[in-house]
Design a protein around this ligand. Structure first.
Ligand code: HCA
Ligand code: CU
Length: 361
């Protein structure tokens, strides 16, 4: 299963603040894709976030809505006001955090977690607990927390690679160890080393049943797992067909538009060039069968294939474009190819057709 956190982790991206209407639009688009959970925000951050989450909850979407919360009754009270059914409570319990950041003991932290979890459960919330910075937390500390939250009956635990520094094999081993506790496991992988998706996939292999992602991979610093890449991998490698992949491109564009953050051209699946072919050798194969250079056809993700034209073009590139303007003339193709090859600039299909027509008159 997949949890989209664009509206929580994604909102922690510099420059991003969602209005209630933005939250609603993005939430509805996420629901149309079919994500299982939407992490809708951290209500204690601002009254407007609370209002937006509440608006989203009122939509009665198919996805389960989860709110982010510190291990504090006051944060949980604000989650309750949104009427979201799930709360994600987090607290770092590493030796480093406890001593140098919070100045408390592990015992203190455990009591804090217990109080927050019991308070949330007592108010009818389903609870996910995350020992933040899980991958750098001493195993004895994790073990103590996992024992406690199991006893308290939390519904999920999440393993967060908060600094995006885990090695996929180490993460696999950690998740496998945690799965043995018998609590459903969620994972939250940051991308500081570009390993977020690799870590998430390894976590699935180890038995995790819920993976966090955001649209376009946005979030603190280098962000987290990209939703489109995750769903693409789940479909391609695991045959999971329940998500509406063809809606992902429009969703990505919507989030680009709302956040003002554009994905680079080479961004997988949703980037400008993700289904564009340039080298003549590639194009001559792709026009016969796209699968020579596309792992899945562009249409799977609601995209269109593009054939780019510059001096890397081959005969088939020119022929392909002219044919679409109803021009089939070998002499013209050869002459145009020579022209394209002697230039360093790109040619649009329209420019090619215009040149061809000039040559033919
Ligand atoms: C944060 C840190 C967090 C929390 C994840 C979680 C992380 O921004 O609060 O609560 O499951 O990466 O550890 O996003
Ligand atoms: Cu995070």
């Amino acid at each position: 299963m997949v949890l989209d956190s664009t509206l929580r982790e994604g909102e922690q991206t510099p420059g991003v603040n969602f209005s209630p209407e933005d939250r609603l639009r993005i939430g509805i688009a996420l629901d149309e894709v079919g994500v299982d959970f939407i992490e809708a925000g951290h209500p204690a951050v601002s009254p407007e976030i609370l209002e937006g989450v509440r608006l989203l909850v009122d939509q009665g979407l198919n996805a389960d809505i989860l709110c982010h919360s510190r291990a504090l009754r006051s944060d949980i009270d604000l989650v309750l006001k949104t009427e979201a059914p799930w709360v994600g409570i987090f607290l770092c319990v590493s030796r480093n955090c406890l001593s140098r950041r919070f100045g408390i003991t592990l015992e203190d932290a455990l009591r804090k977690i217990e109080d927050a979890v019991l308070y949330a459960k007592g108010h009818g919330l389903k609870v996910r607990f995350t020992p933040e910075d899980t991958t750098r937390t001493e195993w004895e500390h994790l073990e103590a927390v996992l024992r406690l939250v199991k006893e308290l009956g939390v519904d999920r635990v999440s393993m967060a690679d908060t600094t995006g520094s885990a090695h996929p094999l180490e993460f696999f081993n950690l998740v496998r160890r945690v799965v043995k506790f018998g609590i459903p496991v969620n994972v939250h992988c940051h991308n500081d080393l570009g390993l977020a998706l690799a870590n998430a996939i390894m976590a699935i292999e180890a038995g995790a049943t819920l993976v966090d992602a955001t649209v376009n991979g946005i979030g603190e610093r280098a962000g987290i797992v990209d939703l489109t890449q995750l769903l693409g991998a789940l479909y391609y490698h695991y045959g999971i067909g329940k998500y509406r992949l063809e809606k992902l491109y429009a969703l990505s564009r919507l989030v680009e538009q709302v956040t003002g953050l554009e994905t680079p051209p080479n961004w997988p699946i949703v980037g400008e060039n993700a289904f564009t072919h340039k080298a003549g050798l590639h194009v001559s194969a792709v026009v016969r069968d796209p699968s020579f250079y596309e792992f899945l056809p562009a249409e799977t993700f609601g995209r269109e294939r593009r054939i780019y034209v510059d001096r890397f073009a081959g005969r088939e590139t020119i022929r392909f474009h002219l044919r679409r303007f109803g021009i089939e003339d070998d002499g013209v193709v050869e002459a145009l190819l020579r022209k394209v090859k002697s230039s360093r600039r790109p040619f649009t299909p329209e420019a090619l057709a215009e040149e061809a027509r000039r040559m033919m008159t």
